[in-house]
Each structure stands twice: as C-alpha cells, then as structure tokens.
Design a protein around this ligand. Structure first.
Ligand code: BTN
Length: 250
C-alpha cells in the first residue's frame, strides 16, 4: 500500500515580494522541500500569462505559488494548471455556495461570467537527474472592488459577487487544502481524474468559440490538457489559449 503523504510544509509568507513565482524559483534553486508554498500580501512585479502584468495591491487578494517536484516529463505537465483551476473553483464554491464558478480554458476562473482568478504555471529544470519543479502561481481576487480601467469590464472578486467581505486567511486555508489535493491527484494518477472533473466546471462546452485563428465548437480537453475543437475540417487540438466565445449565428 502507498504510504500516506505527510502534511505539506507551512507556507513562507512575505509582506511584499517581486513575484511569488520568482521567489518560488529562487526557493527551488536553494533546494526547497516539495509542496512548499510562497504567499505574499502584495507583489511589485506580479506576472500574468502572455507576458502581461498581474495587478497585485496589498490587503485584499491572494497571491501564492505552490512548488511541486516531479519526475513526470515537462510535456505531461500542462494539466497541472487545470488541476489548480479545479482547486480554485472548489474554493470559491465552498465560500460562495450560491455560485457556480467555471474554468475558462486554460487558466482563468470565472465567477458570474467574469474573471476572479488566474493561474500561471512555470517549470524549473534541475541540473542533475530528471526531476523538474512545477511552480503553480495563483492570483485570486478576494476582496478587491476597484479596478483599473482596462480590467473594470472583465474582472470581478468574491466580495463583488457575494456583497460582503471575506476572511482572506480562511479562503487561503481552503485553497491550500484543495490545491494540494488536486495537485497530488494529478501527479499520482495522471490527467484522467482532472479531465473528468472538468466536465462540470469548463465554460463554453458545446459552444462556438475561437482559439487563436481556429473557429469551432468547444468539445473539452484532451489528456494532455489541449482544447478539443470540432471544426469544419474535423476535430483539432489546440495547445494554447485564450479561448474566445463567439455569438451563435442564425
Ligand atoms: C493570468 O491569468 O494571466 C495568470 C495570473 C497569475 C497571477 C499569479 S499571482 C501569484 C503568482 N505570482 C505571479 O507573479 N503570478 C502568479
């Protein structure tokens, strides 16, 4: 029988850091323990996907990065972002039981149709052996209610939807439980359980969408985490987002 895993190490906390993903990379290079989490109250150079900045003011939201050492090849790791997305969606659902959070493939979490969280996964290869470290960075909008102009039409927070302040520490401890559970599950069992659980969380399933320059009907994800699109020329697999819903034509 498999040995039960020990508890993850206590998170390392910063009042202010450049980026929790960058601090996590430094921790990996120092030889940190598996499952270490870096948490910061604010980030001065928070990073989003596609090289965009991630606005990270203090006192309101959550910014964290979870480190996982694995011998799985890097090409098998993309579903780890989807596993983290399930963890964020479960967390939001636990605290806002009237809401149905969804995952906008591959790395956004939507609440009432707007983005409340994003995930940025990066990898660090070790100089010796076959181990790599996945750094799963999560930004979750908990209590923010004011946004810069460019974010105001697309972003939301748990507070904006719930109408009340949430206890950020409570949300963090729920999130850590779900994140460790889903990442363990992916690393132990592979993408199967992730792909199955996504069926009730994925946004735009069965809808007409565009990814990059490809139009089609969104069919879900493959075992490697790619999006499946039914196009006029047959089924296609698309490896990187974002996914854009298209209005139904009549
Ligand atoms: C995205 O949706 O574009 C991904 C956003 C990821 C933001 C988080 S906040 C914690 C971690 N540190 C970073 O610099 N980025 C990620």
């Amino acid at each position: 029988m498999e040995e039960p895993r020990s508890n993850p190490p206590s998170p390392i906390r910063f009042t202010r850091i450049d980026s929790t993903n960058d601090e996590a990379k430094r921790a990996v290079l120092r030889g940190c323990e598996d499952r270490l989490t870096i948490v910061a109250d604010c980030q001065t150079s928070g990073r989003g996907s596609h090289g965009r900045p991630w606005s990270s003011p203090p006192g309101e939201d959550l910014y964290l990065s979870v480190i996982r050492h694995t011998t799985r090849p890097v090409r098998e790791l993309p579903p780890i972002t989807l596993a983290a997305g399930l963890a964020v969606a479960d967390t939001v659902a636990d605290h806002l039981p009237d809401q149905v959070p969804g995952i906008k493939w591959p790395n956004d979490i939507l609440l009432a149709g707007q983005k409340c969280a994003g995930i940025l996964t990066e990898t660090v290869s070790h100089s010796t052996g076959t181990t790599v470290s996945a750094i799963v960075g999560i930004g979750l909008n908990v209590n923010r209610t004011e946004w810069s102009q460019d974010l105001s039409t697309t972003a939301t927070s748990m507070k904006m939807v719930a109408g009340v302040d949430l206890d950020r520490e409570e949300v963090l401890s729920t999130l850590l439980v779900h994140v460790h559970r889903w990442l363990d599950r992916f690393l132990d069992e592979g993408p199967g359980p992730i792909v199955t659980a996504l069926e009730r969380r994925l946004c735009f399933l069965g809808d007409p969408v565009r990814i990059g320059s490809v139009d089609g009907t969104f069919l879900g994800v493959t075992s490697t985490g790619a999006a499946r699109l039914q196009t006029r020329d047959g089924e296609k697999e698309i490896v990187s987002g974002p996914i854009v819903p298209r209005s139904h034509r009549h």
